[in-house]
Design a protein around this ligand. Structure first.
Ligand SMILES: Nc1ncnc2c1ncn2[C@@H]1O[C@H](COP(=O)(O)OP(=O)(O)O)[C@@H](O)[C@H]1O
Ligand SMILES: [Mg+2]
Length: 262
């Protein structure tokens, strides 16, 4: 299989989308998306409600497979390999491309059990001290260790909203994914918890590639290196975040970032 050419000759694409169309029944939600996602970058997806941001995000780890009427066309690659290849193990794919949702959704289990669920499922560890090490490292990476290290056996659902979202990030990180997808991860959080997650995203970038949907343009400007603007199922433009916010090429982007609609 040939690797799609990168937009930017110097960086290699961790994931690429080419001509991606998504249908819900007869209705087409995405009209042909082309974009590269580079290693160790944060790519922000912005655009008005209903433009297809979540739909596109879900194509990247085949979460759309769980929606009966949903059909995906086009090519999406991870390290050059087609992720819609029928021979591909989807469970394995979702370990490599993890996801954090809008509403924090810890399992109704202990903090410890929340973290080891994935590593157990994927056979990443067998001994207690191996699981202990994964729990500590994941919680540290999610900036939550100091707050919970003395109550690992307490329920994850007993944490504050911001802590629950960091627990979900720790759970995603625990299986050592390569890419983390985040769908409006701060929209249910207060400003302090939001700031905490934004700082965390910047740190996570060292080890992971991140794609984040946000309806908050300041957040996109703060956390991402590149931004893609979606509108009515099209990707209108993608480029360096600063460029998109200060000097957009398309008038639809201009209209959105200046608040004329959205
Ligand atoms: N499960 C679904 N079934 C049917 N239509 C859907 C479903 N999810 C999303 N859509 C439709 O696809 C379009 C894009 O939605 P979505 O990806 O959720 O947009 P965004 O995340 O940008 O708000 C919308 O018209 C929406 O109604
Ligand atoms: Mg959405």
């Amino acid at each position: 299989m040939t690797k799609p050419a990168a937009e930017n000759g110097t960086k290699s694409a961790k994931m690429s989308a080419r001509g991606v169309k998504v249908f819900y029944g007869e209705k087409r939600a995405l009209h042909g998306i082309d974009v590269d996602i580079y290693e160790n970058e944060v790519l922000a997806l912005i655009g008005p409600s209903g433009c297809g941001k979540s739909t596109f995000l879900r194509t990247l780890n085949r979460m759309n497979d769980t929606i009966d009427i949903c059909r995906v066309e086009g090519l999406i690659t991870l390290d050059g390999a087609d992720i819609y290849d029928p021979k591909l193990d989807v469970v394995q794919l979702r370990a490599r491309v993890g996801m954090v949702f809008q509403k924090p959704n810890p399992f109704p289990k202990s903090i410890y059990e929340n973290i080891i669920y994935g590593p157990k499922l994927h056979g990443l560890a067998t001994k207690k001290d191996e699981f202990d090490a994964i729990v500590e490292q994941s919680l540290k990476r999610a900036g939550l260790w100091n707050e919970v290290k003395d109550r690992l056996m307490e329920p994850g659902t007993g944490l504050s909203g911001g802590q629950q979202q960091r627990l979900c990030i720790a759970r995603a990180v625990a299986v050592s994914p390569e890419v983390i997808l985040m769908d409006e991860p701060c929209s249910a959080l207060d400003p302090i918890a939001t700031a905490h997650i934004e700082e965390l995203i910047d740190e996570l970038r060292e080890n992971f590639t991140i794609v984040i949907v946000t309806h908050n343009m300041q957040q996109a400007a703060r956390v991402s290196q590149r931004t893609a603007f979606f509108h009515l199922g099209d990707l209108v433009e993608v480029g360096n975040t600063e460029e998109i916010f200060t000097n957009p090429r398309d008038e639809r982007t201009q209209g959105y970032i200046t608040g004329r609609y959205g």
